[in-house]
Design a protein around this ligand. Structure first.
Ligand SMILES: [Ca+2]
Ligand SMILES: [Ca+2]
Length: 147
């Protein structure tokens, strides 16, 4: 993956310059999102926010090329995102983008014969941040990261 980044340095520089229309070397969060999309990198909104918070963003929320590359490297390193998307599909059999306790149990049962309804319910409860009774993709990612 790192070699790949090296090869693509020019590519990223060109893309960055393209998005940075006023050429002051700084892009906004919206421009960053556009840039990430331009580079064909799939990234959830939450991931991007997290990465930005981790990165050396200055107080004004401005993003320069170094910050951008920092984020690109982190995104490339966490190639787990694709895997999470794939994993989510395994659970989300009926493509509702939500995992119910029932759907979660169906998959987890394959790994644990003694799995009880209560266990599944408590997993959902623990990660169901918006408390709608289902795990959406973000909540599912949290679950997987903590497993
Ligand atoms: Ca600019
Ligand atoms: Ca939820």
């Amino acid at each position: 993956m790192n070699e790949n980044i090296q090869d693509n340095l020019d590519f990223y520089q060109i893309k960055f310059n393209f998005i940075d229309k006023d050429k002051d070397g700084i892009i906004s969060y919206l421009e960053l999102k556009e840039l990430i999309k331009e580079c064909n990198i799939k990234c959830a909104e939450v991931d991007l926010q997290d990465l930005l918070n981790e990165s050396n963003m200055n107080e004004k929320g401005q993003i320069n090329y170094t910050t951008f590359m920092d984020i690109i490297k982190k995104l490339n390193r966490s190639d787990t995102h694709e895997e999470l998307v794939e994993a989510f599909k395994i659970f989300d059999t009926d493509n509702t983008k939500l995992i119910s306790a029932q759907k979660l149990k169906l998959v987890l049962e394959k790994f644990d014969n003694n799995l009880k309804d209560e266990d599944v319910a408590s997993i959902i409860k623990e990660y169901d941040l918006d408390q709608d009774g289902y795990l959406n993709f973000e909540e599912f990612c949290l679950l997987m990261k903590n497993k």
